[in-house]
Design a protein around this ligand. Structure first.
Ligand SMILES: [Fe+2]
Length: 275
């Protein structure tokens, strides 16, 4: 089973880099569509849009509509539950009347469980007792398959970057970590939010974080020739060896090349002027 993970596209319509965020998202979907073998599923681990607005979601839905594999989304701190649910209602996997956006996808060899860590009004994650109860019930709802869990905020101490803790309180993160370890069947925890690639663990469960697809918001050091190229993750599941994860760099297109070359020319020109 092959899962393509995308995250933190932060679609916006009125900032100077709005077109670039759309372009990053479109080129990432095109790159995933060209994978051979094709992924079984695409999961977006949140911050689909930047302000939770319906016009932003309309743009995101149009881009994800180009994907060949089925797409599942979870909310990030910049998302709005009501608008996200409305935008993706036609796909049929989001319960219209549920307080939280948590669900299980059952028709693959690995169960996919989406966890809602949105804490409205805060950029940090939340995880209340009610969400823990629902997650535990979902995990116990099937007892034969391994499970991959998707949560926007990483439920472990992130050792790179300025911020180590991404939940509102340590108790909230502990509550989620405890729920994830309740069965022994969760074999991967997959997140975004940090905008840089890193890894950690939840007990014995390996946990990964992918960078933001939005290249203008990406953190960490990248060589100049990669500044305009989004990175996404591929998670492959083998029944014996479990998950292996790979970072993939979106193919360089002619439009990327010309934008990049224009920028390099401008940088050379401005440095020549300043010396
Ligand atoms: Fe984000």
């Amino acid at each position: 089973m092959i899962i393509a993970q995308i995250s933190d596209t932060h679609i916006v319509l009125d900032t100077p880099d709005a077109d670039r965020r759309i372009d990053d998202f479109e080129r990432t979907i095109a790159d995933i569509n060209a994978l051979d073998p094709a992924p079984d599923v695409i999961v977006h681990t949140g911050d689909v849009v930047h302000n939770g607005r319906m016009d932003e979601y309309a743009q995101a839905v149009a881009i994800l509509g180009q994907a060949r594999a089925p797409v599942f989304v979870i909310p990030g701190n910049k998302d709005d539950r009501t608008n996200l649910r409305a935008a993706f209602a036609a796909d049929g996997y989001l319960a219209p009347d549920s307080e939280f956006i948590q669900y299980a996808v059952e028709h693959f060899p690995v169960r996919l469980i989406a966890v809602d860590t949105l804490n409205p009004g805060s950029n940090k994650g939340g995880f209340c007792a009610e969400r823990a109860r629902r997650l535990t019930d979902m995990i116990h709802g099937e007892t034969t398959k391994p499970i991959a869990v998707f949560a926007h905020h990483p439920p472990f101490e992130v050792m790179v970057g300025p911020e180590r803790h991404h939940f509102e309180t340590p108790e909230m993160m502990s509550r989620l970590r405890e729920a994830l370890q309740c069965s022994g069947r969760v074999v991967a925890v997959i997140s975004g939010h940090v905008h840089r690639g890193t890894s950690g663990g939840v007990g014995n469960i390996p946990a990964t974080v992918m960078p933001s697809v939005a290249t203008t918001l990406r953190k960490g050091e990248y060589p100049a020739q990669m500044k305009m190229r989004p990175v996404y993750h591929i998670h492959r599941f083998d029944p014996i060896w479990g998950f292996s994860s790979e970072s993939r760099i979106v193919a360089r297109t002619s439009s990327t090349a010309s934008l990049s070359e224009t920028r390099q020319h401008q940088e050379r020109h401005s440095s020549a002027l300043s010396t």
